[in-house]
Design a protein around this ligand. Sequence first.
Ligand SMILES: [Ca+2]
Ligand SMILES: [Ca+2]
Length: 176
Amino acid sequence: MKHFLLFISLIVLSSSLWAVPILNPENGHYYESISTAINWATAKAAAESMSYLGMQGHLATITSLSENSFITSNLTFSGYFLGGFQAPGTAEPLAEWQWVTGEAFTFSYWGSGEPNDSGGEDALHFRADGLWNDINLVNTYGYIVEYDNMMPEPSVCILFLLGLAGYALRLRKSTK
Ligand SMILES: [Ca+2]
Ligand SMILES: [Ca+2]
């Protein structure tokens, strides 16, 4: 019993210490910042091994100013990795930036003078002021994880269920 109570209190304690991913109501995605400093490739793998409420994690991909603002105003971070990278051998410093998810890299929010490929920088770094910087892939920083709903959108599910119900009804009528 004593052990059980200890176990419960540990759970209560740890849940208050662990940050919980935060919902962005605009796109239904959840976000969290992880302070453990690791290099970009390790952060990418770590993010992709995480899940929340059945949603797959990945390094955050920011595709609009409102998403950028959501992260800066809701998460605690100080210069963390994002899911942006530049393939080796592309024209520096601005060509062919990509997102780990394959989303189009159309929105960007570079800080003044960035990207500058200073010393060879091919990873996207989210500055504390919310502006972007390119940084060396092997540097170690915390990182921001985004959780997407990989399941069909709820509206698609409802349409599918309605369709199925209609089909079942027709089937019942035709067998009468
Ligand atoms: Ca670069
Ligand atoms: Ca830079």
